[in-house]
Structures are given as structure tokens and as C-alpha cells.
Design a protein around this ligand. Sequence first.
Ligand SMILES: [Zn+2]
Length: 281
Amino acid sequence: MPELPEAETIARGLRGALLDQAIRDVHVVHPGIVVQPQEAFTAAIRHRVVVAVERRGKNVVLRLDDGSVILINLGMTGSLLPFPSVPPEETAPTHPTLVLHFDSGAVMVFDDTRRFGRAEWLTSRGWTERSALLGPEPLSASFTARTLHAALLASRAPARSWLLDQRRVAGVGNIYANEALFLAGVHPARSARSISAEEASALHRGLRSVLRKAIDQGGTTIRDYRNAEGEPGRYARRLLVYGREGRPCGRCGAPIRRIVFGGRSAFFCPQCQPGTADDAN
Ligand SMILES: [Zn+2]
């Protein structure tokens, strides 16, 4: 599932292809992918020019010249693939859900095997309101160890679940939450409010470090994620705990453990991330 580094990689990959391009036509292949009625969606974005390609949380945001935006949530398996012209059938994406055609002849295909992704048109004001519902960007200057610690103290949720909540911090999913907790030496099931200032500082550092390194590697591909060039991310081989159940911890050699809570697997080293009495498990 694309998280912050994958959405960032996709946004960067699209920028060169889409910037300053006018949308000539819109082909909604699967109406369920578009949040509003497809006629309204199409009418709102046709002939508009893409003035910026940004990321917010796990979303890719295409800013248009009238201040409105196309908000794209990549869901589980979504990718956004630009082509200089309509690709021949042999090389065309296999699960297109939405295709934008540009004046230059270029196209952008929203390809999504499982179709959990969504595209939504929002006015400038609508986008401001929507964005305000998301937590801070973890790589922004305003996200500090101190603000993180204060926010953690207000919650009894398990640390891993806290990190996955997009209202708390935007863009973190299960892969990077587990990796950051390992780097901080914090057991994933520990309650958020049990985390000390020192641990919050280590978590802040670990989270930013793992997100930056993953962006440098073009993201992590477990199964489906592809960048705008259709290539997998290279961070999977750097993972320290995620998906490594039973394999030795790189720090102490103890076998990595997996537990399930909140409907998701959590991976951790039982020695480097000792549990406490208030563990969920
Ligand atoms: Zn260890």
C-alpha cells in the first residue's frame, strides 16, 4: 500500500510530465473511482491547466489553474503513469480506472488493480478544509519531537495504531510505522501516552530518517507499488523488521516477532523493543 515515500516518489515522477499541461479530455473507465458524478468531475477539470503536482499524506494532489485540485488517493494498488502519447496496447497499463488526456498528446493513466483508489475534485476551499483534517507532515519543520510527544501523551492507543491514524500524523502506514518504532526501541503495542520525552525524540528521529531514506530509494515495493516510470521501489531490502518474522534482528540477533492487533501485523524485536505491563499483547 503506498505510504508517504511512495506517494512522494509518484508526485516527483509526474511533475515533469504534467506541469503546465492543459487537460484536453477525461476518460473515466470505472465511475466508482471518482468520488463525484463523473459528468461533474469531467466538467470541472476539462481545459484546466496543472500548475503543481504535490503530495499530502499518502495522497497525490494535482493543483489546477483555478485554485481547485484533483486529490488522488492511491488506495492499495494504485499507480499514476504518465505517457508522452496514448501507449500501444502491448505496453498500456492493464487496469486503467481513469485516464487524463493533455493538449500535448500526453496521457496520465490511474492504474489500479484492486480499485480501492479514489480521485476527487475539490475547490480551493474544499481542499483547505480536507487538508486540515489530516495531521502534520512528518518531514515538515513544524513537526518536532516536542509536538510529537505532546500529541502522544493525549492518547491511550497503541503506538503503532497511533502512527497509522492519518489525523495524528499524515502519510505513515504500517511499513514505516513498524520501522520507526524499531529505530526508537519502542514496542508497537505500548500505549502512546507511556512514551517518554526521550523515546518520543528517538521516534521523531527514526520516523524522519526512515521516510527520507525510503524516498531516496524510490519507496518500498512489497507487491504492487510502482513509481511513475512503472518501476518498483528499492527500499524493501533495507527493511529492518517489517515482513521479517523469524529472521534475526540486525542489532541483537534475536528473532523478529509478529503480532496482530488493530487488524494489522506488527513486527518488532523482543529484545530491542521490550514490552511493558500495558501492552495490548
Ligand atoms: Zn534486536
